[in-house]
Design a protein around this ligand. Sequence first.
Ligand code: AMP
Length: 200
Amino acid sequence: MRLILLGPPGAGKGTQASAIVKKYGIPHISTGDIFRVNIKMGTELGIKAKTYMDKGLLVPDELVISIVKDRLTEEDCKKGFLLDGFPRTLSQGEALDEELNDMGLKLNRVINIEVGKEVLIERAIGRRVCKDCGSTYHIKFSPPKQENICDNCGGQLFQREDDKVETIKQRIQVYLKQTKPLIDYYTKKGLILNVDALSQ
Ligand code: AMP
């Protein structure tokens, strides 16, 4: 199964992704996670990506596309994959099409999570992430048993810089302008499956 998960920031893509990869036994490829790992390790890519991420802007296409192309050639992707947070621009979508074409592969579905702006803001600003194991919580919708402590590993929870209210508003604007056109792009290809985030 070769899938894309599309949706605005804070729509709960990560939660959906965990369920989907479990169901199909495919790797979860999150470009946001790849950047965060690189930031933590202090790599050149991480340092560059952070300057954009902290402002709620997209990392330039040329940086993202090459990472995803490399990742798709890895052994575990032979079973398929779930792309989460990629593509985020039309150029990324076109580059992905070219790459899959060269590999003789086709996408099966693009799952589009739909959710209103107010809900997005509420979801994003309440989100907390464990600094050690990356588990995510929401202070209102799925709080940890003990405030600010990860149920999974006991690590400290924190709020991502890009989940703060001003940044999230900026990210939503970026989504509307740069990512939303992809819905049309994949609708024309007959690949879109719309999912209402609130019914999940
Ligand atoms: P995410 O965890 O998917 O919400 O991504 C967090 C941040 O990483 C985004 O706000 C962007 O700054 C950056 N990012 C992740 N994926 C991409 C992508 N495909 N293109 C450009 N920037 C990205």
